[in-house]
Design a protein around this ligand. Sequence first.
Ligand code: IMP
Ligand code: MG
Length: 171
Amino acid sequence: MLEPLISSERLQIRIDELAKEIQRDYGDRVILLVSILKGSVYFLTDLSLRLGPAVELDFMAVSSYHGEDQSTGIVQILKDLDTNIEGRDVLIVEDIVDTGLTLNHLRELLAVRRPASLKIACLLSKRAAKAIQTSVDYVGFEIPDAFVVGYGLDYGERFRNLPDISILRHV
Ligand code: IMP
Ligand code: MG
């Protein structure tokens, strides 16, 4: 059962604002957007379409959930970047911060590769999010501490393709 939380219209408006903020901050520097598969692909698409020509894309897959709805704390690289990020302006594009474990780990992992800069854009942040919340540079929406799906976010690989974000109610 799905309870609507953020409509596709609100998503687009907010992503437009984020893109403007990012463009202001980076000026004409080339941004390497690092999308964390698979949850961030819709966000990556809509964000990058608004960022103009000075953008490159790369993808990374990590696993921290193992199909359940709770973080295990173990982050495993399933697919690494194709790009050497040394000296690059890297912006990690992620779907959601819950405990912050995934992003914390990713940040450490990429920082040792010596990028010129390393920032994080995250579409959603759970209000209860603890460890990392303050270190996310661009946050789309603060949401309640509920399990959400749609616009890339899944439950057991389902619901990613829904245009709105909804709260998944277990019945
Ligand atoms: P964290 O490590 O606890 O911050 O979890 C972050 C990762 O867990 C995200 O990249 C998502 O893949 C997944 N996740 C956390 N909360 C949700 C949710 O409400 N819906 C879908 N996936 C979630
Ligand atoms: Mg994810």
